[in-house]
Design a protein around this ligand. Structure first.
Ligand SMILES: [Fe+2]
Ligand SMILES: [Fe+2]
Length: 250
């Protein structure tokens, strides 16, 4: 077969599979776009699904992850190019930060990049907790809060971007304020603060960033489970599985 015949055959196979196994989206995907009091997609559209099966594993539209996925596989297959994370970690590396800070910067916004935006620090910390030092996951949770509070000592100002994004009159909600009161006196405050200091959106737009400088740091600071992330029965395995298989029916 020629290259283009092979591509056509692959496309045909994909569309046959999609025809047979229907990927269904969780309410979270459409939440906000539809009235939650209306019947769910599957129930209101029974005719469309007649004679088909629901997807219970890999979604053929996504790149397939290895059988035993590593943290770096999630970078490659579920959130490439992850520019913001790589830029923040590169910034921390160039600033001579300790490894735990560089590690934290590398994964601080993983939740935004591949899972859920709202309360991304909390989701991200929960995803990572079984695999990193407690100080790292604590600081990832705390960075979400600290982003809203300046600290002159570290040269951290309230981000101009937040004024642009949320308006000049946005005030952090009471739960954020309560969390801040605890975080600011915590023994790991500096670690979380340094995430926010390195959390910048374009320190050099022309600089190319790569995962390569961080492979050894990840190997030393992330307890990669032998079974693969998602298959290791940790308290957050199910979250990694959902990111791997986001349209599994149940
Ligand atoms: Fe963040
Ligand atoms: Fe960030």
């Amino acid at each position: 077969m020629t290259l283009s015949e092979r591509a056509d055959a692959l496309e045909k196979q994909l569309s046959d599979e999609l025809d047979r196994f229907v990927p269904v989206r969780s309410p979270l995907y459409t939440s906000g776009d539809r009235d939650p009091r209306l019947p769910l997609e599957v129930k209101s559209d029974e005719g469309k699904y007649r004679g088909k099966l629901f997807n219970m594993g890999h979604d053929k539209r996504l790149p397939k992850m290895p059988d035993k996925p590593t943290l770096l596989d999630f970078f490659e297959y579920r959130m490439a190019p992850a520019t913001h994370l790589l830029q923040s970690a590169t910034h921390a590396l160039n600033a001579g930060c300790e490894e735990k800070i560089i590690m934290a910067c590398l994964v601080h916004d993983m939740a935004v990049s591949m899972f859920i935006r709202g309360d991304h620090g909390y989701w991200g910390a929960q995803l990572l907790e079984p695999y990193v030092d407690e100080e790292v996951s604590w600081s990832i949770r705390a960075h979400q809060v600290l982003r809203f509070y300046p600290d002159e000592k570290y040269g951290y100002k309230y981000p101009d971007l937040y004024i642009k994004f949320f308006g000049a009159d946005y005030k952090p909600e009471p739960y954020i304020e309560r969390a801040y009161q605890k975080i600011k006196n915590h023994k790991w405050y500096e670690t979380a603060r340094l995430i926010t200091v390195n959390d910048i959106y374009s320190f050099d737009p022309n600089m190319s960033v790569s995962l390569d400088p961080f492979r050894d740091i990840v190997a030393r600071n992330f307890r990669q489970p032998e079974e693969g992330l998602g298959w290791d029965d940790s308290p957050s395995s199910h979250m990694w599985r959902t990111i791997n298989w986001p349209t599994r029916f149940l």
